[in-house]
Design a protein around this ligand. Sequence first.
Ligand SMILES: [Fe+2]
Length: 569
Amino acid sequence: MPHYDLAFKPAIGLYGQHDPSAALFVDGELVFAVEEERLTRQKHAANTFPERAIQACLDHHELELGDLDRVLLPYDPTLRKHILGHYFRRRLARPGLVQKAYGLQQQFVRETQAQFYPVRQIEHRLSALGDVPQIETLPHHACHAASAFHPSGFDEAVVLTVDAKGEYDSTVVWHGTQDGLERIRTYEHPSSLGLFFAAVTEYLGYRMFNGEGKVMGLAPYGERDEEIERTLREAVEPGVDYDVTGLVEEFNAERATERLEELFDRPRRATPGEFSQFEKDLAHVAQRLLEETVVDIAETYCERLGTANVALAGGVVLNCKMNKAIIESPAVEEVFIQPVAHDAGLALGAGWLDQSPRDVPEFTHAYWGPAYEFDEIRSLLETNKLEYHEPDDLERYVAERLADGDLVGWFQGRLELGPRALGNRSILADPRTSASRDRVNRYVKHREEWRPFAPSMLESAADEYLSTDRPDPFMITTTGVLPEKADEIPAALHPADETTRPQTVTETQNPRYHRLISEFADITGVPVVLNTSFNDHGEPIVNTPTEAIKDFFGMGLDVLVLEDLVVEK
Ligand SMILES: [Fe+2]
């Protein structure tokens, strides 16, 4: 009998409230993984037990819950004790004796529960699905670290896990070797870079754990403003010994946002909109301080540990601009970034953590989710009385439509794990004119016009277009575009700084997508397509063909491709 491990991040109680996912490992090998949001259709699936993702893992191998050998949870309740002092001090700081006593009593009850309740709570939820196997708990940041180091292909690396908070830790430096991971330095709660950036995100009218990427996208529109920087530095000390507790005093973005209001003597935005120069500059300065800090940590520990390899994970690592700064550091040679850097990737690390890193294959693609049979798709189209056709040369046909300016919904194979659509659930467009970008905004994405779109390009053409020759199969870094090529792909550049966030595509990674881009290159001379995720504004990436059809008719797409079949308006 094979050995089955199911790893998942619950998003209930103490496990962290967002981005639950589940992954199935057979004899230690990852075979299937999906985020709960793709199945519930609620972005980030906040406060949700990932029942559907768990069931999808079981269904993929026709298993019952009782067939599993272990359930692995990326949260270790015993580590909670490290944070106790902090919580009790916060309660004691409350004004008035009654409030102090009440706060302490509440905290005592909470902490007693926190030692035992989390595993029982999961046992209870799982028992509704079948016989509950043995449950093992693993530290949050160790799971992030394994998600980055184990599949990196590195013999040795500095591993940085940067997020809002694990059990008590917000940033951790690890030394990854073939013997595993050694914790070198812990930046404890509440000194959290994730919460620092979340506070700025809330202040600019977005929601934490959701709008951080938009703040990063806004940053290039701003400039380095000395007064803003001086004010922010009163509360935030950047660098390798960083301390943000002057801004973030507890796990409470609301409090930290109020602190920003005090510091700048200006109210936060209620909703995002036309940003003032002050707001753009604030985004710029916050991004700078974040980059300065993480680059300094990477450089310091590369030197101390004697390696120039860096592996990265944790929610903050979704910041592609920050990743660019690390890659460009002269102290750093090779970088591997786990593309599912946020908490949805914890399930991956939980499955790999107790394996020898050398036994874990390199992470070469993100297609770990459900796929749908050709016959199922055809009969779905027929039941819905939708006309379709099956071109002899699908990739050529679609490339021609793209070159004619059509917007294409492209649905193929297994759903991507992680925040980026990588050519299996993508909306594609011609990158050669900025009018094309406006079309995507107007007819499809209904989002802020200033936000950039990203390209997919043949890996073989990357050095012709990009200022780096480093391939990025996962759209997890930004990079410069060579000036002589920028005019060829205006729709895929950041309008303010002309950088781009490419996906480089190889035939091995995704043969059909590779062929499509090659055909587009053959027609236009440009081996690049604009690629944005297949979803409507505010919705998770589509999973099923039915969802793709609904979005096709709900948005201004011209062509829908479902595996080999084409539907047109
Ligand atoms: Fe995390």
